[in-house]
Design a protein around this ligand. Sequence first.
Ligand code: ADP
Ligand code: MG
Length: 223
Amino acid sequence: MAVLTLKQINKYFGKDSARVHVLKDLDFSVDKGKLVLVLGPSGSGKSTFLTIAGGLQTPDKGSISINGQDMLKLTPKQRDNLRLNKIGFVLQNYSLVPYLTAMEQFQLVDRIKKEGNISSDALTQLLQQLDIYELKNKYPDQLSGGQRQRLAIARALYTQPEVVLADEPTAALDSERVKEVGKLLADLAHQGNKAIVIVTHDSRLQDFADDIYHLNDGVLEKG
Ligand code: ADP
Ligand code: MG
């Protein structure tokens, strides 16, 4: 069953002669238990698509539903709650808090979302799987790009979201790490029954995807 559905999404930026049509009649859906890859070059609209899918931006036209609930019909507060409880984001800038250690990033999440997060044992296991457990007392600026990226992935998974939306989650990783992260995310989708959507230009992730879409100049096509 589709957990996230986008219908006829259109998005424009700018005005008059500077107006750009960034997403064009875009239809998309993802089922639980699937890892879906959206491949596209830089500027094709990947980040715009992903942030609209997660309710961080609104489209000019079209609808987005999560478990059949129309996201654009919710109040801002209801939408925040839905996002907090159902969606895990790995954003392009990692959005880690600079003055908190790796472990404190999770404690911050606990203050915002008090229930339903993974246990501390499961967190230890996740950080070990991502090979960043030893770095738990380090601050983001003491980590490499790849380590920050893996920390951002762990934080997105911490809340046990039904849907994971990841923007270029492997851009800073070497090929071995890409395989590890790809396998971890595929296992989470298949065994954890989550819907995982990755937008990227990193074709190294193709082996792990159940479905592949291509986004070119705002036009999304399957296969
Ligand atoms: P990608 O993630 O594939 O690189 P983006 O979704 O970031 O693509 O951007 C798609 C297009 O939309 C680009 O031409 C970009 O310049 C434009 N764009 C994105 N965000 C904005 C914005 N907030 N204001 C104006 N133009 C934007
Ligand atoms: Mg982008």
